[in-house]
Design a protein around this ligand. Sequence first.
Ligand code: COA
Ligand code: AMP
Ligand code: ZN
Length: 500
Amino acid sequence: MKKCAKVWFFCNMTKYKGEKIKKVSPTIIYHLENQSYFHSSFVVFSVGYETLENFIYFCMSKNNKKMDSPFWQADIETMKESDLRKFQTEKLREAMSQASHAPFYKKLFKEKGISADTIQTCDDLSKLPFTMKDDLRSNYPYGMTAIPLQRCVRLHSSSGTTGNPTVVLHSQRDIDLWANQVARCMYMVGLRNTDVFQNTSGYGMFTGGLGFQYGAEKLGALTVPAAAGNSKRQIRFIMDFGTTALHIIPSYATRLAEVFHEMNIDPRTDTNLRVFCMGAEPHSEEQRRRVEQLLGVKAYNCFGMSEMNGPGVAFECTEQNGLHVWEDYVIPEIIDPDTLQPVPDGETGELVLTSLQREAMPLIRFRTHDLTRFLQGDCPCGRTHRRIDRLKGRSDDMIILKGVNIFPIQIETVLMSFKELGGEYLITLETVGNNDEMLIEVELSNLFTDDYSALEQLRKKIVRQLKDELLITPRLKLVSKGSLLVSEGKAVRVKDLRKY
Ligand code: COA
Ligand code: AMP
Ligand code: ZN
């Protein structure tokens, strides 16, 4: 490591022109030692910067981010816990004031007699009511919006035509902050502006599309917005453009490996692939290792949901030991889904998130229904933001198939709109070859014929409607009345036989 007198002089200073300078962390010292642009004239600029880290960050951005620091925003990522809580309290009060402009929260806060003043410390968060997915549905489309529509620049919405979908709106500032959040995640796992990043997520309403797109552009990577499907074309892009990183869902990663094999290409030796940002559906450690081995990459778990922007809420660092939740963007809580009380530290429960910086649609104590736990101890990477364990499933009946969220009620609503069908049905999720699939078996009503071509026509019509509703294509089997095994008590409608 090269040593520089100026650096040591600077690092050992506790005051400059009467201004206190924060003690310099080892990472920053390392960083300073490696900055060729660091010279004494910068000392002048440093006055007025709250911490030395802030100043270094300023220097880095002035120099188009030299991209050799381990941190995208060192000051924020390594913030002392007490400072982080102070920051959150301040932002939470702002989020409460902002939320009170939305018709939904305005009414709710009035009913409950709460306001920004209810918050004195982060612990006061527990005094606030929860927000549910159903609140978004019943306030469809704009009842959760806290700014005039003309200031909103983007809307993302869930699938479905049968009930009210959910809608999330963003201002330009929200989009910029989200892009920064995703860029920070990508930088954390070693991606730089020299990388070629290909996104295999659906674009359009799926936040994994535009969310990663804007994040990767902010990072400065060369982006390939390939979108979902057409594996041979994906592979052609990977080969021709020298793709080094993919955003991919785990079940699709194994399908891609299969197509590589069919094309006689070894992704481990014949491509530049090195990093996968992998999420959007639950997966096990074994599945991650399998993907890493098959494709010769490091795969990092990325987590998010449309209600909290999308990808970037929490992300693994290179230690691969849990996902850092960006606590300057959200306050995470973990509650028991039955009692709604916080679970003891380290125990599994439902993740609840409060957005801290969103202006178009702030969400207070949003119940995600995702099950996880806080991991204990400090992360060796030096980031102070808490880590959650890989997601263990959901506390509701939402299914995630091929990265698409599906509620069984959506399927039931479509099926029940056909008078030719009876009341019993069974949904089986299975892995066929390397593809995850949904098989729906549904019984015919007494009234219906056994004419094969009429049945086939009916089957196709139902599949088309299901595809419109769900965005994936299920396999559908029409069975005779009474042939489905009806479970005793509460009907079991979904069997998940997928291999994780
Ligand atoms: N991502 C990318 N491609 C996928 C995929 C996924 N999650 N799941 C399947 N595919 C591929 C299939 O492998 C197939 O391509 P191939 O035969 O060339 O290998 C192609 O998409 C069509 O798949 P199929 O299963 O026949 O279609 P479907 O109608 O059931 O599903 C999709 C259609 C894939 C377009 C739909 O599931 C989708 O958009 N998934 C992506 C969702 C997403 O991006 N989620 C992220 C949210 S953050
Ligand atoms: P969407 O709003 O469509 O982006 O879907 C968000 C949901 O996808 C989350 O609430 C989770 O249930 C699931 N999800 C996203 N990322 C992951 C991940 N890394 N692991 C497990 N589930 C995930
Ligand atoms: Zn870490």
